[in-house]
Design a protein around this ligand. Structure first.
Ligand code: 13P
Length: 300
C-alpha cells in the first residue's frame, strides 16, 4: 500500500484527533467502512481479529483493502487486531510472519495475558520482525488487561486494580519494545455489557504524559462509551480507537429486521444492503466524534 502508515498517526497527534479502527468480518463490512471514509474524507483502519481474518483470508483482506485504496486514493490501514491474544503457539511467531507475507501494514501484538517480562520480550521480537520487513509497518503493543469480548451481553464486568495500565510501566514498555502504539487498560472493556464503561481520564493523561514521545495511545473497546467521554479521551491523547461490537450489532439487527419484513428474499446483494447501510451510520457517527473527517489529505 503506497502511503506511510506512520505519517497518519503523527498527523492525528498533531491535529488532536483519533483514527477509527473498524473491525470487519467480511467484504460487505469493509465496503461499509470505505464508503463512509470516502464520504467524510477520513483516514480509516480496517481491523481484523484472528477469527475475522481467518474467515476472510489474509491475502484476500489485503487485496480487498488495497483495491479500495487504489480506487479511492484514501489512506486505508489494515491492522491485524489482537494477534496471539491467548498467547498460544507464540514460540515461532508464525502468525506475524504470515500477516507480513500477506501484506498487512499494521500489526497489533497482544501479549497482555503474559507476565510483564514475557510481554516485553515477545513484543520486542514482533517489532524487530516487522521493522525488518518494512520500517513503515506500524506496530501496536498492549499493556494492561481488558475484560469482556466483542458481543452484547447482559453481564456485569469485573474490573480489578491490577488490570489497569501503570504509567511508569507503560513508559518502560514503549522504550524497551519500540512499539509505535500502545493499547491501554483505563476502564475500557471489549463489548457492550450491563454497565456503561467508566474511563479513568486521569490515568489516560498520566500515561500519555509519559509515553507521548515514543508511542501513540490506543483505546480498545470503543463500543458503548458515551461520545462525550470519547471526546475527552481524545483531548487527553488517545489517537486510535477500536470499534467492533456496535458494528456487528448494527449489521446483524438490520439483517434480522430485513428478513422479518422480507422472509422470502434469497438474493444476497438485496438483503445485505440493509446491513451495510446500518453499519455505515455507526461508522459515520464514530468518525465525526473521533474528529478524523477531512483528515485523509489529498495526496500522500
Ligand atoms: P468493541 O467490540 O468493544 O467495540 O471493541 C473492539 C476492539 O477493541 C477491537 O480490538
Amino acid at each position: 500500500m503506497n502511503f506511510s502508515t506512520k505519517q497518519y498517526f503523527k498527523k492525528a497527534e498533531e491535529g488532536n484527533y483519533a483514527i477509527g479502527q473498524f473491525n470487519c468480518s467480511s467484504a460487505d463490512q469493509v465496503k461499509a467502512v470505505i464508503l463512509v471514509a470516502q464520504k467524510l474524507n477520513a483516514p480509516v483502519i480496517v481491523g481484523t481479529s484472528e477469527g475475522e481474518s481467518k474467515f476472510m483470508g489474509l491475502r484476500q483482506a489485503v487485496k480487498l483493502v488495497e483495491s479500495y485504496q487504489e480506487e479511492t486514493g484514501l489512506p486505508i490501514i489494515l491492522n491485524a487486531d489482537h494477534t496471539y491474544k491467548d498467547a498460544k503457539d507464540i514460540q515461532n511467531l508464525d502468525k506475524i510472519k504470515a500477516l507480513l507475507d500477506a501484506g498487512y501494514n499494521s500489526i497489533h501484538f497482544d501479549g497482555s495475558v503474559l507476565p510483564y517480562q514475557e510481554n516485553v520480550k515477545w513484543t520486542s521480537e514482533v517489532v524487530k520482525m516487522c521493522k525488518e520487513k518494512n520500517p513503515d509497518i506500524s506496530v501496536e503493543g498492549e499493556l494492561g488487561f481488558l475484560p469482556g469480548a466483542s458481543k452484547v451481553s447482559k453481564e456485569k464486568l469485573e474490573f480489578k486494580e491490577e488490570y489497569f495500565t501503570d504509567p511508569e510501566k507503560a513508559l518502560e514498555f514503549v522504550k524497551v519494545t519500540g512499539v509505535d502504539r500502545l493499547a491501554v487498560s483505563v476502564g475500557n472493556s471489549h463489548g457492550i455489557s450491563a454497565d456503561e464503561p467508566k474511563l479513568d481520564f486521569d490515568r489516560i493523561a498520566k500515561i500519555n504524559e509519559k509515553v507521548r514521545d515514543y508511542a501513540v495511545l490506543v483505546l480498545h473497546g470503543g463500543s458503548g462509551i458515551p461520545d462525550e467521554d470519547i471526546k475527552k479521551a481524545i483531548l487527553l491523547g488517545i489517537r486510535k480507537i477500536n470499534v467492533n461490537t456496535e458494528l456487528r450489532a448494527a449489521f446483524t439487527i438490520a439483517l434480522k429486521d430485513y428478513f422479518i419484513k422480507n422472509p422470502e428474499e434469497t438474493t444476497p446483494y438485496k438483503y445485505l444492503q440493509a446491513s451495510i447501510d446500518a453499519m455505515q451510520k455507526v461508522v459515520e457517527n464514530k468518525i465525526i466524534v473521533f474528529g478524523s473527517g477531512g483528515k485523509a489529505g489529498s495526496s500522500f
